[in-house]
Ligand binder design. Structure first.
Ligand code: HEM
Ligand SMILES: [Ca+2]
Ligand SMILES: [Ca+2]
Length: 306
């Protein structure tokens, strides 16, 4: 509609001489934190997703305090807040009150994906930080959601079915806690048996890592065999019935999403190149409901409003 014409949009090179080295400062902080702990890569990628899906990409997820988004169940296992705060501290020295936490998070997610072996892409900048963060606003797709529900969550953010499949493949890195998927491997939907869509050999493998009497916080890689490489292995695992979450595996069983997985794997024409599509869909996701103009602020610290 005509209204979209006036929506402010972030752009490449937004900070210009106001903070000419913003990208290299973020990159350096990301590199040192990746070396210190590669788990920061999935941590920050997921944090960026959880930020953008709730009140837009405005760093609302970073605000601390009672009833903030951080206290909502899906956000309790977020990690890497220290990385964003470290970059912010350095940027406040180099270019005070200039670079938003929302932009830092978008850049850091891109840099971590690249360091983990994924595609690099340019990130338009100019997001402002939001002033509101409420746990009650946190509505995210869940690990037992059907494709229909996942599609709905993404459509609400103007992301299509291909974006859903491509972005879910962000699960090519990182881990999930046993509590999130254990039922699926022991007692799926109270059937007393595992989910029949799981590859038979995969069942005992996960059962051994997440025994019923074990610690529900134990973490298991989402992409078996390639948990720290940003590659297409996750998609191949779906094809082989080795998706960890139900929300992952249904992307293969569903007749609408499966052809997208096949195209990304080069099994069906027209082929899609995962790295390029991931960059494209991330560029869309990282511009959800951006605040510019009078809508927000540049925080001094990322955990609190000014
Ligand atoms: C499509 C719907 C999605 C669902 C249902 C979903 C669900 C989940 C769940 C349940 C976990 C495990 C959390 C835990 O146990 O700590 C997880 C982890 C993760 N998710 Fe998603 N997710 C979705 C989409 C995405 C998207 C779009 C991205 C990013 C592009 C993403 C990136 C990640 C990453 C990187 C991890 C690993 C986090 C870590 O190791 O710290 N997810 N997701
Ligand atoms: Ca947000
Ligand atoms: Ca992988």
């Amino acid at each position: 509609t005509h209204k979209n014409f006036f929506l402010p949009r972030p752009r490449i090179g937004y900070y210009g001489s106001a903070c000419w080295n913003v990208e290299s400062i973020v990159r350096t902080v990301v590199e040192s934190n990746y070396l210190a702990n590669p788990a920061n890569a999935p941590g920050i990628l997921r944090m960026h997703f959880h930020d953008c899906f709730v009140q837009g990409c405005d760093a609302s997820v970073l605000l601390a305090g009672p009833n903030s988004e951080r206290t909502a169940i899906p956000n309790l296992s977020l990690r890497g807040f220290n990385v964003i705060e470290e970059a912010k501290t350095q940027l406040e020295i180099a270019c005070p009150r200039t670079v938003s936490c929302a932009d830092i998070l978008a850049l850091a997610a891109r840099d971590f994906v690249h360091l983990a072996g994924g595609q690099w892409w340019p990130v338009p900048l100019g997001r402002l930080d939001g002033r509101v963060s409420l746990a009650s606003n946190v509505i995210l797709p869940g690990p037992t959601d059907s494709v229909a529900v996942q599609k709905l969550r993404f459509a609400e953010k103007n992301l299509n079915t291909q974006d859903l499949v491509v972005l879910a493949a962000g699960h090519t890195i990182g881990t999930a806690g046993c509590v999130v998927f254990r039922d699926r491997f022991f007692n799926y939907d109270n059937t007393g048996s595992p989910d029949p869509t799981i590859a038979p050999s995969f069942v005992p493998q996960i059962q051994a890592q997440c025994p019923l009497n074990g610690d529900p916080a134990t973490r298991v890689v989402l992409d078996t065999g390639s948990g720290d490489q940003f590659d297409t292995s996750y998609l191949n695992n779906l094809r082989n019935g080795r998706g960890l979450l139900e929300s992952d595996q249904v992307l293969w069983t569903n007749p609408e999403t499966r052809p997208i997985v096949e195209r990304l794997l080069g099994l069906r024409f027209p082929f899609l190149i995962f790295g390029l599509e991931f960059a494209r869909s991330m560029t869309k996701m990282s511009q959800i409901e951006i605040k510019m103009g009078l809508d927000g602020e540049i925080r001094r610290v990322c955990s609190a409003v000014n």
